[in-house]
Design a protein around this ligand. Structure first.
Ligand SMILES: Nc1ncnc2c1ncn2[C@@H]1O[C@H](COP(=O)(O)OP(=O)(O)OP(=O)(O)O)[C@@H](O)[C@H]1O
Ligand SMILES: [Mg+2]
Length: 247
């Protein structure tokens, strides 16, 4: 993938003096349905501090995934200002956004989103191939990440041969392989039993603490939410910032 010379942000270690990784100011988002525009996010302003962990909670349909997709540069807000590490993202071209996303953000989804035809190693290596890194080098890095999430013995298994918890570990390794500044997780434990969910939560919090990677996680589980530093509660597209441990 081509790297635009204007995009200098490359990994979590840049700009250590700036504690705000993300600043949103007056973000609104509208969807068009049946020819009419519906506002889903209303004037959202917040800061995500580097190295902290955030639970994103709220009722179904309140706008959590919409906000997560905007934070992850998967969707453009209809209005407002979005700064990532001081960069004005709304001024970026689609190619610049894709490059920034690939370099700075790792995603973990409820349904794992692994490619069924690839084994664990090649699933994890994929983001590095998109960056133009050689297959050999990408597989080496992928292998290290799989070891780290406890799947050193299962690297050559395809997703169908892994349990739900193991698939989510592969997805977490894939999110981490590019050394992102930010991990965005949309209900990562939603398809797992409570014991496996707690293990995945332990893993995400260990990575947050040990690597300093910022974590934003959508969850409906208040017990899991309380384990994160902060809680952003979404209510009908408005944000309430709470301390998760007192939610
Ligand atoms: N692509 C879309 N087109 C039109 N409306 C959408 C689209 N995506 C989401 N919406 C609407 O926006 C609102 C917020 O949806 P969103 O998916 O962000 O909710 P959520 O809080 O993640 O819900 P859940 O907990 O069920 O995942 C909902 O009313 C939804 O129907
Ligand atoms: Mg959702």
């Amino acid at each position: 993938m081509s790297v635009n010379a204007q995009v200098t942000y490359s990994n979590r270690h840049l700009a250590p003096g700036n504690s705000d990784l993300i600043v949103l100011q007056g973000i609104c988002h509208d969807y068009r349905m049946a020819g009419a525009s519906h506002r889903v996010l209303h004037n959202v302003s917040l800061a995500i501090v580097r190295g902290r962990s955030y639970a994103l909670t709220g009722a179904s349909g309140s706008g959590k995934s919409t906000l997560l997709n905007i934070l992850g540069l998967l969707d453009c807000p209809s209005a407002g200002r979005f700064q990532l590490d001081g960069l004005d993202v709304q001024a970026f071209t689609p190619a610049q956004r894709a490059d920034l996303r690939n370099r700075c953000i790792g995603f973990v989804f409820q349904s794992f989103n692994l490619l069924p035809q690839l084994n664990a190693l090649d699933n994890v290596a994929l983001p590095l191939l998109y960056r133009g890194i050689s297959r050999t080098q990408a597989r080496l890095s992928a292998g290290r990440q799989l070891q780290r999430v406890g799947l050193g013995e299962r690297m050559l298994n395809r997703p169908a041969d892994l349990s739900g918890g193991q698939r989510q570990r592969v997805a977490i390794a894939r999110a981490l392989v590019g050394e992102p500044a930010l991990i965005l997780a949309d209900e990562p434990t939603g398809n797992l039993d409570s014991g496996t969910a707690a293990d995945i939560m332990d893993l995400l919090l260990t990575l947050n603490r040990d690597d300093g990677v910022t974590l934003v996680m959508v969850t409906h589980d208040t017990c899991l939410a309380r384990r994160l530093d902060h809680c952003l509660h979404v209510q009908d597209g408005h944000i309430l910032l709470r301390d998760a441990r007192h939610a």
